[in-house]
Design a binder for this molecule. Structure first.
Ligand SMILES: [Zn+2]
Length: 572
């Protein structure tokens, strides 16, 4: 028999087995006992917290004829078929791979028909935030007129990406991160059941590393078990978990306390590249610094083995920074955490954070000239980033930052190289641009972004397609700094691949800073002779000034190509 992953074998089959979500499971059981079942639910929460497990248990409990106190029997044909995923009336959809409108239209058509084997037809749509706008609209229509005996359970890790129109029609449950204690207990239970040996310290290391996700915890446990049969050892647990995130956090801390801003920015990129969100990054950093503070105060205060790091690490770290400095760092972290709460651009805040942390000192430093220069540059970066934040807060979609005000990335470069715009390519696209291509592409843009490497996603939230032809697209960036980052990476290739998957055709991607876009557009129209073309006809309309009329002509041409939004042609 082939090995089956622990998280599959030990997937909860009853509400009682769903760890750490007692309020939610009790409410769901009550709904079943009292037969007050809603036609749509939203299960929101971090990954691995039991959302889809709870959804499947709910699907069983509503359909099981032998349910007891709201729990499915797990013995009858219906229960078994749902567990095995073979019951036609319980349909699981992964929106991350099926984000097309067609899929949801299909649901709409099929949902009309009564369930064939079970009492309720249950649609479980996982990662529902990945649906495209079109698919959400189709789903909304179904939720507005819910067919009888159909239940929708929408699961998501990112509820803020779900339209309000949908949110207002579902009963929402927020799943919480599972505490290290609960995770520890569950692993202990499983290992006891299997008759395996374990060191409790090893389980603590895993429980901490899993960061509130049971699936992650069990996957790590699987890996640790693969080191030594039937025995979970602390050394192996440290080997498997201690490595990645904690080591990066340690590196980041060392870099900021040694005022290495640019290096720390790179490390932060790596940490976020592992899929950690900004808030979580800050939380982790705060608890990491608290650990160091505790250790500095007195090594006995900290049980080092539960942190995933070694005593030698803490010896070194507590030498590097004074308590005063670390308290100051925690202040900065708390402050940015507050400011970040409502932003859709957390990456910008995190960059400010990193630079501020790397400037923090506990005294007036005696600095030599070289590091003074570096400090001045960092200060400049902070100012620029703070200006950018103000801009983002006051006018979310407008007011681009010109390329020359771009913050500097490298401490050793005194000037940011100018952003290179491939005008030839832009003109080629504009020559064949149509409004329809642009509208189509703007529609699909969120879907295309969703297909990108997560490391890029925040980068291009400040982007939008501004012109499109059947084989090309011009994408504008609100911020020259980000544009520059995009231009050196493989972002264009990635976008192209995403587009090919969604539209089925290849398109050239080229980037422009949005500050320059009106000018580029204007120059193009002038270059292609829309002015001259008009001059010939000026006699026909003697009332209007030629110049004025020319502008009108350009505006109308521009509207044909780019749609009606924000077309404004400035006088030269
Ligand atoms: Zn049953």
């Amino acid at each position: 028999m082939s090995y089956q992953a622990l998280y599959r074998v030990w997937r909860p089959q009853r509400f009682a087995d769903v760890v750490g979500q007692e309020v939610i499971t009790q409410t769901l059981k009550n709904a079943i006992i009292t037969n007050q079942i809603s036609h749509a639910y939203l299960f929101a929460g971090p990954r691995g917290t039991g959302k889809t497990s709870a959804a499947k248990i709910f699907a069983k409990a509503v359909n099981c004829h032998h349910q007891k106190d709201g729990e499915p029997c797990n013995e009858c044909e219906t229960c078994k078929a749902i567990t095995a995923g073979t019951l036609n009336d319980v349909i699981e959809i992964d929106a991350a791979s099926n984000n097309g409108v067609e899929e949801i239209r299909d649901i709409r058509d099929k949902a009309k028909y009564a369930p064939t084997q079970a009492d309720y037809k249950v649609y479980i749509i996982d990662e529902v935030h990945m649906l495209s706008t079109g698919a959400f609209n189709a789903l909304l229509k179904t939720l507005e007129e819910p067919p009888a005996n159909v239940i929708f359970i929408l699961a998501t890790t990112e509820p803020h990406k779900i339209p309000l129109t949908i949110l207002s029609r579902v009963q929402r449950f927020d799943f919480h991160r599972i505490s290290a204690q609960d995770t520890f207990e569950r692993m202990k239970y499983i290992l006891d059941q299997k008759g395996f040996q374990y060191e409790e310290k090893a389980l603590w290391v895993i429980a901490n590393a899993a960061e509130g996700g049971m699936r992650d915890a069990l996957s790590i446990l699987d890996q640790v078990l693969s080191f030594s049969d039937d025995n979970v050892k602390l050394d192996d647990a440290l080997l498997v978990t201690g490595s990645v995130t904690k080591q990066l956090l340690l590196t980041y801390f060392k870099q900021v306390v040694q005022h290495q801003g640019p290096e720390a920015l790179k490390t932060m990129g790596q940490i976020l590249g592992q899929g950690k969100d900004g808030q979580r990054f800050i939380e982790d950093l705060i608890s990491f610094i608290r650990d160091i503070l505790l250790y500095q105060e007195s090594p006995e205060l900290l049980s080092v083995e539960t942190t995933g790091l070694q005593t030698s690490d803490f010896d070194e770290l507590s030498q590097l920074a004074s308590a005063q400095l670390m308290y100051q760092m925690i202040d900065i972290l708390n402050q940015i955490q507050d400011e970040m709460r409502f932003t859709t651009h957390p990456d910008v805040y995190l960059e400010v954070l990193t630079i501020r942390l790397s400037q923090a000192t506990d005294q007036q430093p005696q600095v030599d000239q070289a590091s003074q220069k570096e400090m001045d540059q960092l200060r400049g970066q902070v100012q620029e980033l703070q200006q950018l934040i103000q801009k983002l807060q006051s006018q979310p979609a407008a007011a681009p930052v010109s390329a020359k005000k771009t913050p500097r990335r490298q401490a050793d470069t005194s000037k940011t190289p100018p952003v290179r715009i491939n005008l030839e390519q832009v003109y080629q696209i504009l020559d064949h641009a149509t409004k329809q291509d642009l509208v189509d592409l703007q529609d699909m843009w969120p879907d295309i972004l969703n297909m990108l490497n997560p490391a890029y996603r925040s980068l291009i939230e400040l982007s939008k397609p501004v012109a499109a032809s059947p084989d090309g697209v011009v994408v504008s960036f609100d911020n020259g700094f980000l544009l520059q980052k995009a231009s050196v990476g493989n972002l264009a290739d990635d976008i192209n691949q995403g587009m090919e998957k969604i539209t089925g055709s290849e398109r050239h991607v080229t980037f422009v800073p949005s500050a320059k876009w009106p000018q580029i557009r204007h120059d193009f129209l002038a270059d292609r002779g829309y002015f001259d073309h008009h001059q010939d006809k000026k006699v026909a309309d003697p009332i209007k000034q030629p110049q004025e009329k020319a502008h009108e002509q350009i505006v109308s041409q521009a509207q044909k190509m780019f749609g009606t939004d924000d077309v404004e042609i400035k006088d030269d």
